[in-house]
Design a protein around this ligand. Structure first.
Ligand code: HEM
Length: 141
């Protein structure tokens, strides 16, 4: 499950970056909002939700969680590595996925292409920044 979470993260990042870049280009070129644009946003939504489920499942099975049960939450907060994995990473990723979900539902209510692209660029873009800020990079590579 850790491996699945690790590999799925590539998919989430690639599709999310593609959705943000696509929204910015769409906004700049003032083009119509086509089904390709809709699908990119939808894939980013689906892939990130699947990652949320895998992450939640793995969280409670991981050695990190087992160690927290022994050492306690106070000890986790005192150590930068365990704090990142057990507290900051899950919290900030969930916030990012909430932003993606809000962006997806907001874009459906917009009536113009520019408004749809702007909604994706804003909400997915912010989500991307949050997600990038709390990936455990040194342990991933
Ligand atoms: C967009 C959402 C997410 C992305 C892109 C993401 C990405 C990653 C990446 C790249 C790693 C490092 C994997 C490795 O060391 O090979 C990781 C680790 C981890 N993630 Fe996530 N994650 C996300 C959401 C979540 C959520 C919501 C949870 C829990 C509620 C979670 C729990 C964990 C845990 C426990 C680890 C440590 C794995 C270990 O070393 O045992 N992740 N995540």
């Amino acid at each position: 499950m850790k491996e699945v979470h690790s590999y799925w993260a590539y998919l989430v990042l690639v599709v999310l970056i593609a959705a943000v870049v696509n929204a910015l280009l769409g906004l700049k070129s003032k083009k119509e909002f086509a089904s390709k644009d809709l699908r990119l946003g939808l894939f980013a939504l689906i892939f990130s939700h699947i990652q949320l489920l895998i992450g939640l499942g793995w969280y409670f099975m991981s050695d990190w969680y087992k160690a927290m049960k022994i050492s306690g939450f106070g000890a986790v907060m005192k150590n930068a590595d365990s704090r990142l994995i057990l507290v900051e990473h899950p919290t900030v990723m969930i916030l990012g996925i909430i932003l993606i979900t809000i962006g997806w539902s907001k874009h459906k209510k917009q009536t113009t292409a520019a408004a749809k692209f702007k909604t994706f660029a804003t909400f997915y873009g912010l989500a991307l920044l949050l997600i990038l800020s709390r990936i455990p990079w040194n342990q991933w590579f």
